[in-house]
Design a protein around this ligand. Structure first.
Ligand code: ZN
Length: 133
């Protein structure tokens, strides 16, 4: 893994939380993008070298809706940048981690992504992401 690519935060309202985090970071969200397949609308903040992703559910079946129902708003996942997502998925599966998708899928911000099941990572939802080149 290369580095933490971003931290994902589940929120109930993008409007409210965009305003809140803009105040906290003293910088506005630089883009918003819908990932229809995941049922989420995202909003990104650049904080120095770090990226924060806010996620709001776009339908009641969205994983974000279910997360908020169970745990409330808060940190949802940590995303790690990888050079070769196919190789990394294979390596991690070989190490006994549970992949939530068998093939990388298209995520926000021009990325191929894969989630690891939190039950195999001490309760931390881990996202792998690789820039689509
Ligand atoms: Zn993410």
């Amino acid at each position: 893994m290369v580095k933490i690519e971003h931290i994902g935060i589940a929120v109930k309202s993008l409007e409210t939380s965009n305003a809140l985090f803009a105040k906290l970071f003293n910088v506005p969200s630089y883009k918003s993008e819908e990932v229809e397949s995941e049922g989420v609308l995202t909003s990104f903040f650049q904080v120095g070298p770090n990226k924060i992703e806010l996620l709001v559910a776009t339908n009641p079946e969205s994983p974000i809706a279910k997360f908020i129902e169970k745990k409330g708003e808060g940190i949802h996942h940590i995303a790690f940048e990888v050079d070769d997502i196919y190789a990394e998925m294979k390596r991690l599966e070989g190490e006994g981690f549970t992949l939530l998708n068998k093939e990388p899928k298209a995520g926000a911000d021009n990325k191929l992504i894969c989630f690891l099941h939190p039950k195999s990572t001490n309760g931390v939802l881990v996202e792998l992401c690789q820039e689509i080149r």
